[in-house]
Design a protein around this ligand. Structure first.
Ligand SMILES: [Zn+2]
Length: 429
């Protein structure tokens, strides 16, 4: 049985760090347990009890630093790396190792299982649904994180996309990280430790675990282990450009594949100004449709749940006041759902742009006769034709147009405007 770190492909340094930290965390717990046992064991020689406690403490200290200060356990961590490198996979694996009954992240015990399944009582996961994580959500979380772990090990809080914290939420988190409850561990995920992503003060309290973009071979290996045919795995890993989750979807989801095909058909379709605007519309609408499909079910379920909770249709005394409160809550829900839909749209559009960038990158490397494998093996012939027509400079201009479009959307330029500008450059060069 592979342990909890098995899916962290191509991240040997990070896995090494996390294994050692988990071992030292386990030693801290053993030390505390031994000290407790010694203190409550009844009529023992006080010297013996002291010796036991001292031994436990020494063991904990050894694990928590000692000769190698890098080995230690600490209460706040930041996992950084490009999207798809496995930041949240790493954070979850580490959480499992902390909750592992064997203290190693064995992958077999109840602690490992429930953590990875997302049902462990002492592991809280914050996944931002909208464009940012609000202060209310963060305060509630910090409050709950301060409670004693029910399983007797650690209270773990994982914040995915910590770069999407609002400033106020970041401050709430900072307070908790500055004065951590003794058994609470914060695991933050962010693209980088740049001040735009994580505030300098939070950064200064955390240990950083940098992850790199895994090589396609490593990603393919994971897919094969999960039962994907080697041929498909290699294709998906290359097409996903080091993004593990994306590779998994491409290998297993026909809809994801056909969306990618539609995106990669764009360069072929750019035959004039009208075609460029049409392509822009098609790309935006595809992203909207994909996002809509992703959120429609949860939107409806949330709305129904809220209406049930509010007892829609109540009458009698107090009903008017209750209705006013209900309207407020519905409005709040709609605001959250809208924010989530916008995020889903941007994410879908960004995935399309990354695919498109891969195509022009292929054309560029072919024009330069660079000895690297193409990202998209299935459109390699088309990229080669582009390379001959545009030469390296033309391919580079087009690649830059795609990257500029991504940056513009990230900087809040209206997606349609950014995509139209990009399409015109992709057509004219
Ligand atoms: Zn375990």
């Amino acid at each position: 049985m592979p342990d909890v770190f098995a899916d962290l492909v191509g991240q040997d340094d990070a896995v090494d760090t996390l294994r050692r930290a988990a071992a030292s965390a386990a030693a801290v717990l053993r030390g505390a347990a031994a000290a407790h046992a010694a203190a409550t064991a009844g009529p023992v020689d006080p010297d013996d009890a002291d010796a036991l406690a001292a031994e436990a403490e020494a063991e904990a200290a050894e694990g928590a630093g000692g000769a190698d200060p890098g080995a230690g356990m600490t209460h706040a961590w930041i996992f950084t790396g490009p999207p798809g490198s496995g930041r949240s996979v790493a954070a979850r694996a580490f959480a499992a190792a902390l909750q592992c009954l064997r203290g190693t992240g064995c992958g077999e015990c109840q602690g490992c299982h429930t953590t990875l399944a997302g049902t462990h009582a002492d592991v809280r996961l914050v996944v931002p649904e909208g464009l940012s994580i609000g202060v209310g959500e963060m305060r509630a979380l910090v409050l709950r994180a301060a409670s004693t772990p029910s399983g007797g090990r650690w209270q773990v809080v994982i914040v995915e996309d910590a770069d999407r914290l609002t400033e106020a939420a970041g401050n709430a988190l900072l307070k908790a990280v500055e004065e951590p409850p003794p058994r609470t561990v914060f695991l933050l995920c962010a693209p980088s430790t740049h001040p735009d992503d994580v505030s300098v003060t939070i950064r200064s309290r955390c240990r950083v675990v940098p992850l790199r973009q895994p090589a396609p071979e490593a990603v393919a290996e994971v897919l094969v282990r999960r039962g994907v045919a080697p041929e498909v795995a290699r294709w998906a890993a290359a097409a996903a450009q080091g993004h593990v989750g994306r590779a998994r979807r491409l290998a297993g989801d026909p809809e994801a594949r056909s969306r990618r095909d539609a995106v990669l058909a764009v360069p072929r379709r750019l035959t004039g100004v009208g075609a460029a605007f049409d392509a822009a519309s098609a790309l935006i609408e595809a992203a909207e449709a994909e996002a809509e499909a992703a959120v429609v079910e949860s939107d409806a379920a949330e709305r129904a749940a809220l209406q049930t909770a509010l007892g829609a249709g109540g009458t009698g005394r107090g009903a008017a006041g209750a209705m006013r409160g209900a309207a407020g809550q519905l409005k709040e829900l709609e605001r959250r759902q809208k924010s989530r839909a916008t995020r889903a749209q941007r994410d879908a559009l960004d995935r399309a742009l990354v695919d498109l960038a891969g195509f022009y990158r292929d054309a560029l490397t072919m024009a330069l006769r660079a000895p690297v494998a193409p990202v998209h093996t299935d459109t390699a012939a088309l990229a080669e034709a582009g390379a001959q027509r545009w030469a390296a400079e033309g391919a580079l201009r087009r690649l830059e147009a795609v990257l500029e479009c991504r940056a513009a959307i990230e900087a809040n330029v209206k997606p349609r405007i950014a995509v139209e500008a990009m399409m015109l450059t992709l057509w004219k060069g």
